[in-house]
Design a protein around this ligand. Structure first.
Ligand SMILES: [Fe+2]
Ligand SMILES: [Fe+2]
Length: 286
């Protein structure tokens, strides 16, 4: 099993290596960064799945070229949720005829963020919405196997009392209502050391995601990679999150994208088994 972070808010220097993470790219052929997330996952037989597509076609296209891949090389694209920074680069995959898997509510209604002063439209861009008509779309809220060894979580129950998705709205008919981003799902990779979870933004709550993964698969969770969405979270929530991830037996974490500076600082200081995985990071899992 192999992972490459294709799109992330930062890119890494090829000179900085950890025991687990190798940095790809060269000074002349580099990864581009943007506010977004996309990760390639490859199973034991070389089948590739893309989890999210970043925010723009330009960035995912450049970064795919750096690793020598094209959209047609993927067996499936899985979209974790409907925000622009996860779906913005989808059109080239639709045009290549790659099957797209996501929750039925991912592309429903305009979506907004109300963090900060103003209401910002964070929906899928119009060219993505237009291309959906010709996409091989598989819409399901149930857990499905994308390729052997790689499956989706299905809809994630919200059980903790401290992981509310705040500051999001969605249009429903002619009303604008609070958005819990109910569609957000994660991806599970089965490895010998346990489950590896890939999460887009964790609007469902990272503790809820890990709890559901353990309960529904009966497996130990080895590693969690992705956006933990703790930007602006209180110290209390960050501490509770870290304690509960430890209590749930998670060995390692690679928080990225929307995790937020304060949470990254706390995790890097106090969570044994912390990895940085900006765009261009490659990890082999056995
Ligand atoms: Fe995001
Ligand atoms: Fe999001």
């Amino acid at each position: 099993m192999r992972l490459i972070t294709l799109v992330e808010n930062a890119t890494g220097s090829p000179n900085v290596q950890s025991r687990m993470v190798k940095k790809l790219g060269t000074p002349s052929k580099g990864f581009w960064a943007e506010q977004g997330f996309s990760m390639m996952v490859e199973n034991e037989t070389g089948q590739k799945v893309l989890v999210d597509t970043g925010a723009t076609e330009a960035v995912i296209s450049n970064n795919l070229k750096v690793v020598g891949l094209e959209p047609k090389d993927f067996s499936a694209v899985f979209i974790t949720h409907g925000h622009y920074d996860h779906v913005g680069g989808l059109v080239p995959f639709i045009d290549a005829g790659v099957p797209i898997y996501t929750h039925p509510r991912t592309f429903q209604g305009k979506r907004y963020s109300t963090g900060g002063e103003s209401k910002t439209d964070i929906s899928a861009p119009p060219q993505v919405m237009a291309a959906l008509a010709r996409a091989k779309l598989n819409l399901t809220s149930a857990s499905v196997e994308l390729v052997p060894g790689i499956r989706t979580s299905g809809e994630i129950p919200r059980t903790t009392d401290f992981e509310h998705a705040l500051n999001f709205l969605r249009d429903e008919g002619d009303r604008t209502v609070e958005d819990t981003i109910i569609e957000e799902q994660a991806v599970y990779l089965v490895t010998k050391r346990g489950l590896v979870i890939i999460t887009g933004c964790s609007h469902a709550g990272i503790v809820n995601i890990v709890t559901h993964a353990k309960k529904s698969t009966g497996s130990k969770v080895h590693l969690v990679i992705g956006g933990f969405h703790l930007g602006g979270a209180s110290q209390d929530r960050i501490r509770k999150t870290m304690d509960q991830l430890k209590n749930l037996g998670v060995d390692r974490i690679a928080p990225l994208h929307c995790t937020g500076f304060e949470a990254m600082k706390n995790f890097s200081d106090r969570f044994v088994g912390f990895e940085l995985m900006p765009a261009g990071s490659e990890m082999e899992l056995y």
